[in-house]
Design a protein around this ligand. Structure first.
Ligand SMILES: [Zn+2]
Length: 556
């Protein structure tokens, strides 16, 4: 049963008045002047929050916080902005977010022609030498009605190698110069888990899907230490400015972990980072078990595995072929035995497994593998909190398995509102039930966490929150095929990015709600997510981001 807000604030007021005889030490920071939502079911709303030594020292009525204001206390008037527990992006690619800032960004191109005019402008402005790399195009809604192809790029860059990755990160288009430099031609066999697309004339289109992208590795430049640090710094800055206090960083190169830890030691990571490392380099992690910097700012406790590809590029593995490509059922990306062996090592060493799975068969196969490994050690399995990343298309019969197996569904609301423009064509109507099934998963008892998959998506918390509660695109469009009944309530959506995100990284005692004693990670937005008209939500912006009681971003 829920208490009314009035009854609740009366209780809070009563509880918050400090006994006059025992004055508390002053707070480092006090915040008030806007609605405060705690995501803590025991006290969902408050008037004021006080912070001391990086932790929440007080939550309650304004009068109680006022008593904690000393001469050195920073008093933050929210001026109507809404305050929440620190928002965490539970699935993002941090270094790549930085790369997006530092290279050609094709995000939001409305046509192949526009993407190519951006490339032309980039070449003219930067006059880059050697390989040109860009990312972020996606053909959804393009008037050309097709993927970007080699000829498009050749027309702008006939001699210089160019690689333009699709927004989903699962495909790219290379121009003729890049293909030639990498010795890829019509006779090149596609590697396992990859596709080299050809046109009706049998010629290369320039599009390489999933593992076939690796064929370009010989001509790609591996970023060095300084470049990586620069990219991480750029990514962290973007995240703080969007209002994120934390990120679950996916597909992290194990070599980047010590780099991030060194950055933390120098005070250069104003973002809470939880790493899921690529399995290829995970041996040291299996040997050491979970690792974290002294204050836990950088925690590394998960590995990332890939079951299948993405829906847009028809790499997601389906039980039945694609409705719009009857000879294709998707691509398994990793050898199942290699995955099983990694999972067994992870379970023994207390390492969380996060597996990318998108198609219904991809998800079912992942659950099968998890269950097989869990049977070998039921005690460890109960505290394993393994995750499936994306969990996009699920057979309705498989939905209860998440809760039964204790598997967390790590989902990206913005994927749904983008993908629904093409998902009905890929899947036909029957498989849309069980697609992006946030509400069904929650109702089944599963833990669902929310992320953006940036730079696949923009990576803005307000877009993710809006997508979760509206389940409409940013223009307000949806239809019955989008299954509006799977939209979330605002309370549910808030937990996706706060309390549940903390649970998914084993930190619910320290993070995820505004509760006395927890770390003071806080996000304030210009729009009240819990009451604003839906269309207003994505128009809002972050105004204040606080990590461990330190202001890491403030709206200028
Ligand atoms: Zn991802």
């Amino acid at each position: 049963m829920r208490m009314s807000l009035h009854a609740l604030s009366a209780v809070l007021l009563a509880a918050a008045v400090p006994p006059a005889a025992a004055p508390k030490p002053p707070a480092d920071m006090v915040l008030w002047g806007g609605p405060i939502y705690t995501a803590d079911d025991a006290h969902p709303k408050a008037e004021a929050v006080a912070v001391r030594h990086g932790r929440i020292a007080y939550v309650g009525a304004r009068a109680g916080a006022k008593a904690l204001v000393g001469p050195k206390t920073r008093v933050v008037d929210l001026k109507g902005a809404a305050l929440f527990p620190g928002f965490t992006d539970s699935h993002a690619h941090l270094r790549e977010i930085g790369d997006r800032e530092l290279t050609l960004n094709l995000e939001g191109s409305k046509s192949a022609a526009e993407a190519m005019s951006r490339l032309r402008a980039y070449l003219a402005e930067h006059k880059p030498k050697g390989l040109v790399y860009g990312r972020g195009w996606i053909e959804t809604g393009w008037p050309e009605g097709r993927f970007l192809n080699r000829q498009d790029v050749d027309a702008v860059a006939p001699d210089q190698p160019v690689i333009l990755q699709r927004a989903d990160g699962h495909a790219l288009t290379a121009n003729s110069a890049a293909l030639k430099a990498a010795h890829i031609d019509e006779t090149t066999p596609a590697p396992a888990g990859g596709q080299i697309l050809k046109g009706p004339d049998g010629k290369l289109t320039g599009m390489l899907v999933d593992n076939a992208m690796n064929l370009l590795a010989p001509i790609r430049h591996e970023p060095g230490r300084e470049e990586r640090i620069t990219a991480f710094k750029a990514g962290i800055k973007v995240e703080n400015a969007y209002g994120w206090t934390g990120v679950h960083a996916m597909s992290v190169d194990m070599a980047d972990v010590p780099l991030l830890e060194e950055m933390d030691a120098r005070g250069e990571t104003p973002l809470r980072i939880y790493n899921a490392v690529d399995v290829e380099g995970a041996a040291p992690l299996f040997a050491s078990g979970p690792r974290a910097t002294k204050d836990g700012r950088i925690t590394t406790r998960a590995i990332k595995l890939y079951m299948d590809g993405a829906l847009g590029s028809r790499g997601a593995v389906l039980f039945q072929p694609y409705a719009d490509a009857p000879t294709i059922s998707g691509t398994f990306l990793m050898d199942r035995e290699v995955m099983r062996a990694a999972m067994a090592k992870a379970l023994i060493s207390g390492i969380q497994v996060a597996t990318h799975a998108i198609g219904d068969k991809g998800n079912a196969t992942t659950l099968d593998l998890y269950e097989g490994v869990f049977k070998t050690d039921p005690a460890r399995a109960r505290t394993a909190r393994w995750r499936i990343e994306h969990a996009q298309i699920i057979r309705p019969a498989d939905i209860p398995r998440f809760h039964m197996d204790g598997v967390i569904a790590s989902m990206q609301p913005s994927h749904a509102i983008g993908d629904f423009h093409f998902a009905p064509a890929r899947l036909s109507k029957d498989r849309l039930k069980g697609a992006y099934a946030w509400q069904s998963l929650l109702k089944s008892g599963a833990v669902v966490v929310g992320g953006s998959d940036a730079p696949v998506e923009r990576g803005a918390p307000l877009i993710e929150f809006y997508a979760a509660v509206a389940r409409k695109d940013l223009q307000g469009y949806s239809d019955a095929d989008w299954h509006p009944e799977e939209a979330l309530t605002r309370d549910q959506a808030l937990k996706l990015f706060t309390a549940s995100a903390a649970y998914a990284r084993f930190a619910e005692k320290d993070l995820g709600t505004i509760t006395v004693g927890k770390r003071a990670d806080l996000s304030a937005f210009s729009v009240d997510l819990m009451t604003a008209p839906l269309a207003e939500i994505p128009k809002g912006r972050a105004v204040l981001t606080v990590v461990d009681g330190q202001v890491v971003y403030e709206k200028p």
